[in-house]
Design a protein around this ligand. Structure first.
Ligand code: TXA
Ligand code: MG
Length: 330
């Protein structure tokens, strides 16, 4: 990484502040200066920058080591702000009214002369917009008063962060500060929806499920998580990957494998349980944290792999299995 004039703390430590009033004020001050701030949202921690500042956005790509042509999600405080940046078709507006603030992102045509840095949208005519529900993210957005570009706060291709320690483990010294708001409640990135003509398309599964979306759209949504034109990180086959090889299984671990279970762990298995009671929302909230922990343990203790059990494939289970599949791909 080269000299980074937009991020004075580059190469030094990253400050960690509690997400109280003074922490939020400091985050807003740094964002105004074009710096990068790790920020809690209800899905995962975001790596936030002023979406109008091209240099600050460039610093996001640099800190993450992210391929340049992947567009970022723009976070705004409410649906009115979203409508000022994009032309929301009626179908998407209904979804936003139903699920915002919350774990939904919509992709819509960007308004002309929006002032959003072109790097954010990576040359596309559209922009991805989200109104997060987390009170800290909301407070930062309202105090800052401008749109915030924020991908997940992890090095590109690595496991997404669901607490401040995860952010530091991947990005310490590369970003100005992290606002520590504890553990993320949802634990998986937002559901992304775009329109293909009259057809709603789910580009990335998340906590808002296809069945929930279908209640608000004329036609039920289709899933297209492997588009040909836009190759974005959340859609690449290999993503969210631990350093240790991960295998998806329907039974238990093999010799030398740590186990990521759901429901009761099989006898003799060494590892972690996503949800001992088999609750999918609990499993989602634990997923990335458990992957981080198992990866660290496998490296420290020389385990040869991680076996992760497939979870029931309905509701949130679809998004969890999607992340497991990408973590397993290499
Ligand atoms: O939950 C979340 O969405 C988290 C938190 C921090 O809000 N953010 C997040 O952002 O996951 P990011 O940048 O990692 O996700 C970017 C995804 C890409 O995978 C891409 O598919 C989609 O957003 N995206 C962005 N702009 C797009 C566009 N114009 N067309 C299609 N997809 C787009
Ligand atoms: Mg990501």
């Amino acid at each position: 990484m080269g000299d980074n004039s937009t991020n004075a703390s580059y190469g030094k430590g990253t400050a960690t502040l509690r997400d109280n009033l003074s922490g939020i004020e400091e985050a807003v001050r740094l964002l105004s200066l074009g710096k990068l701030v790790g920020l809690p949202t209800e899905t995962v921690y975001g790596l936030a920058a002023d979406a109008r500042n091209g240099q600050a956005v460039a610093a996001i790509y640099e800190a993450k080591g992210r391929p340049k042509f992947n567009p970022l999600i723009v976070h705004v405080a409410d649906i009115e702000a979203a409508k000022s940046w994009a032309e929301l078709p009626p179908e998407l507006e209904r979804l936003c009214a139903a699920f915002w603030p919350g774990p939904l992102t919509v992709v819509a045509p960007l308004r002309k002369n929006s002032g959003i840095a072109s790097l954010v949208i990576a040359g596309l005519p559209t922009v991805a917009l989200r109104v997060p529900a987390h009170p800290t993210a909301q407070a930062v957005l309202r105090n800052f008063g401008h749109p915030i570009a924020a991908p997940s706060a992890n090095p590109s291709g690595k496991i997404s962060p669901t607490n401040a320690a995860h952010v530091l483990a991947g990005l310490n010294g590369r970003i100005a500060m992290v606002l520590d708001g504890g553990n993320c409640q949802v634990g998986l990135e937002s559901t992304i929806v775009a329109m293909d003509g009259a057809l709603p398309v789910i580009l990335r599964p998340g906590a808002v499920t296809a069945a929930q979306i279908a209640k608000y759209t004329t036609v039920p949504p289709v899933s297209n998580t492997q588009p040909k034109k836009i190759e974005a990180p959340g859609q690449l086959a290999s993503h969210y990957a631990p350093a240790t090889p991960l295998r998806i299984c329907d039974e238990g671990p093999r010799e030398g494998e740590l186990f990521l279970g759901f429901g009761e762990l099989p006898e003799g298995a060494v590892g972690l349980d996503l949800s001992p009671d088999g609750i999918l929302s609990e499993a989602a909230a634990n997923l990335f944290g458990h992957l981080h922990a198992l990866d660290a343990r496998a490296i420290a203790e020389n385990w040869r792999g991680i076996a992760a059990v497939r979870v029931p494939h309905s509701g949130l289970g679809i998004a969890i299995n999607d992340r497991l599949r990408r973590a397993a791909h290499r």
